[in-house]
Design a protein around this ligand. Structure first.
Ligand code: SF4
Length: 469
């Protein structure tokens, strides 16, 4: 998971891109970068670290131009080194590119590029996308860009939404394209002055007072120039299967996606979870969210059950998101720093503890320990998504089945393993009913929209473990 932004038609576009990236910091805290284009010259800064550390005003001042793209990284592929930070750039043809997603056939693309005398310089999977695009770009007209995107859709498998700046018909142009399944998000918006921007989430547009105009359509390429309406070309037949995990965990609740505001999706999931919890015949005194992601769902669950909703934890707002930490030890120690229970809310109560998901199980075990330390009468764990039983190959860091607690342990052992009195997951049917239109839920139901071969799966897992594929 990562976040990208692109902007064209504003003075000091790099400063605008850095501001938009601040709004997407929750999508990746490992590395970041901004590249700008000024009269055909590319200026690029990227490094390990958060936006406020890497992209200071002094640094941004060295990136002139009215077009820029930016990126925050959460590494799912590659070793997480500086060379893997985005954006990436080729000189001939001049293309500056960043993406969010996961390419599943990197070894195949590497071999194809080598046969053409092109070598990958990094472990970042936007590089093969950019090089396939650049190889297919036979000129600088709109039709050439469409052909290059067609070549990417034909050759590059996986889930990806990309943004780029390149010269088209003699003008710097902001380009965005999204794979035919539209698994990873992407939106675009306009300023009152006619500037355009694209981003992984609409909150980045809000940060610049741009108005969201729509989604980047799956299977399409969009071209943006200041003061002109955007050009949209459908390149491949689309079968949209947006990622449900974005709605459950990754995206900010104030972001808007195809199915509306993420806050409302989480609210609906909480209502449905409340209905399913009631059917079990359990009783409780208070509903407590694990902040921040779970708050809307916990409120909705409390309303559905007619129970009080209380904040039982105070969150240290200066700690990072535990799921995005690079290893398990870092995740565990970060959790204690991040959350502190309020004993007066929990002591002697039958507590429903609401969380978004259970992946490895360690976080939830530690949470249960924290609640237990306040001597509650009972702890009932309620999760507003189904058990994660299958790996994600599309950009979320849970690639191997042996890391997934719900796949390792039989259901009857979950409550004991997590240290709680009961565990209730939202059903897959409940998630499907709430999602409405078809979505990717492969980590819950194993229905992968983009085929991934066994060889590709092994290569992705090996890459995450730092072993040769
Ligand atoms: S497998 Fe899960 S996390 Fe991965 S894209 Fe699909 S819904 Fe999202």
């Amino acid at each position: 998971m990562c976040g990208f932004v692109g902007i064209i038609g504003v003075e000091r576009a790099s400063a605008a891109a850095a501001q938009m990236l601040q709004a997407l910091q929750h999508r990746g805290q490992d590395a970041c970068g901004v590249g700008s284009v000024d009269s055909g010259r590319v200026h690029l800064v990227k490094d390990l670290g958060m936006v406020s550390q890497v992209l200071s005003m002094g640094v941004i001042a060295t990136l002139p131009g009215e077009a820029a793209i930016g990126h925050v990284r959460y590494p799912t592929v590659g070793a997480g080194v500086r060379d893997d930070a985005q954006p990436f750039h080729t000189r001939r043809p001049g293309v500056l590119m960043a993406h969010n997603g996961n390419v599943t056939n990197v070894p195949e693309l590497d071999a194809w590029l080598r046969r053409r005398g092109v070598r990958l310089q990094s472990g970042c999977d936007v590089e093969p996308i950019m090089l396939v695009f650049a190889e297919a770009l036979g000129g600088s007209g709109v039709e050439h860009v469409k052909d290059a995107v067609r070549a990417v859709f034909d050759r590059v498998r996986g889930a990806y939404t990309c943004t780029a700046v390149l010269e088209v018909d003699g003008h710097d142009t902001l380009v965005a394209f999204r794979d035919p399944f539209g698994v990873r998000p992407g939106v675009y918006g306009q300023s009152p002055q006619g500037a355009w921007c694209v981003a992984s989430e609409s909150v980045a547009l809000d940060a610049m007072d741009f108005t969201m105009m729509g989604e980047i359509p799956p299977g399409a390429v969009m071209l943006f120039r200041p003061g002109e309406p955007p050009r949209v070309d459908q390149i491949a037949g689309a079968t949209p299967r947006r990622c449900m995990f974005e709605r459950i965990y990754f995206a900010r609740p104030d972001s808007k996606m195809e199915d509306g505001r993420v806050f409302h999706v989480r609210w609906a999931l909480g209502e449905r979870l409340g209905q399913e919890w009631r059917q079990k015949g359990l009783e409780a005194d208070v509903v407590v969210p694990v902040p921040d992601t779970s708050r809307p769902a916990a409120q909705a669950m409390a309303e559905t059950l007619g129970l009080p909703f209380r904040e039982g934890f105070i969150k240290n707002r200066y700690s990072g998101r535990t799921f995005l930490m690079p290893d398990q030890r870092a995740r565990q120690s970060a959790l204690r720093l991040k959350l502190n229970p309020i004993p007066e809310i929990l002591e002697g109560k039958r507590v429903i503890l609401v969380d978004d998901s259970v992946v490895r199980g360690t976080t939830v075990r530690r949470l249960a320990e924290l609640v237990r330390s306040t001597r509650p009468a009972a702890v009932h764990l309620a999760i507003f998504s189904p058990p994660v039983r299958h790996p994600c190959y599309y950009g979320i860091d849970m690639p191997s089945r042996d890391e997934l607690v719900a796949a390792k342990l039989p259901e009857i052992e979950w409550a004991r393993a997590f240290g709680v009195d009961s565990v209730t997951f939202l059903s897959v049917e409940g998630l499907r009913a709430t999602a409405g239109s078809p979505a990717c839920m492969a980590c819950f139901d194993r229905d992968y929209p983009v085929p991934v071969s066994e060889r590709e799966k092994a290569a992705i897992v090996a890459d995450r473990r730092g072993t040769p594929g």
